[in-house]
Design a protein around this ligand. Structure first.
Ligand SMILES: Nc1ncnc2c1ncn2[C@@H]1O[C@H](COP(=O)(O)OP(=O)(O)OP(=O)(O)O)[C@@H](O)[C@H]1O
Ligand SMILES: [Mg+2]
Length: 215
């Protein structure tokens, strides 16, 4: 590891390790992801990809190592601080609110939206318009009043991605974005990733193997 790698805007880990009892899920990972690019984290089942994501985004604490982003240490910071630093993420098992509508899911994804305001029906018009913009962008705006549980799995992944985009992250970590999604929607997700990357967003995606339509 050289000083070169932890300067600049890149997201990097140095010797990051996470154990669960006797299982070493992440073993001294030293990785630098290129800012402004589409990066991949490839490995078979159980190789530690999700644990790596959880460590980087502050959802679990690594046992040792360093995580830096834009030249600053982010390891040990809580998830909302890391999110505010510009790193957004999706989950391997989609995290959405199944009984809320598609639009409501996006409005609760925004930290400036108070749940009480949402429940009482008083929405921030600017946030609602922004949410509709992302729904159009990911191609599910026609479903805005549909309860999220009635979406196909691929559509739920697109909804989750729109929720991540509501946070305006500059780096987006996608855990198995193609997993369990039908080929047509994989194509749409891949196209979105390429377009958003061309607009300046950095991506880090996990997969079990190389996915042709990526990058
Ligand atoms: N919370 C946990 N408690 C105990 N063991 C865990 C926990 N999370 C993950 N593990 C173990 O850590 C190892 C890495 O799991 P992880 O889910 O990070 O792998 P992965 O590469 O994301 O796998 P997949 O491709 O199936 O998503 C596995 O052996 C798993 O059983
Ligand atoms: Mg995983």
């Amino acid at each position: 590891m050289t000083a070169m790698q932890i300067t600049g805007d890149n997201l990097s880990t140095v010797e990051m390790t996470k154990r669960f009892g006797g299982v070493t899920a992440v073993n001294g990972a030293t990785v630098t992801f290129q800012h402004g690019k589409v990066n991949g984290l490839i490995g078979p089942n159980g190789s530690g990809k999700t644990t790596f994501f959880n460590c980087v985004t502050g959802m679990i604490k690594p046992d040792s190592g360093v995580v830096t982003y834009r030249g600053r240490t982010i390891m040990g910071k809580p998830p909302h601080t890391i999110a505010r630093a510009g790193i957004g993420r999706s989950f391997q098992l989609c995290r959405i609110f199944p009984r809320m509508t598609v639009l409501e899911n996006l409005l609760v994804a925004v930290r400036t939206t108070r749940l009480s305001a949402l429940m009482s029906g008083s929405r921030n018009p600017a946030e609602t318009e922004r949410a509709r913009g992302w729904l159009r962008r990911v191609g599910i705006d026609h479903l805005e009043h549909t309860e999220a549980r009635n979406l196909s799995y691929g559509q739920q992944k697109l909804l989750e991605l729109a929720g991540v985009l509501m946070g305006d992250p500059e780096t987006i970590m996608l855990d198995e974005p193609a997993g369990g999604v039908n080929p047509a929607l994989i194509g749409r997700i891949a196209t979105l990733v390429r377009e958003l990357n061309a607009e300046g967003k950095t991506f880090i995606g996990t997969a079990h193997g190389l996915v042709d339509s990526w990058g």
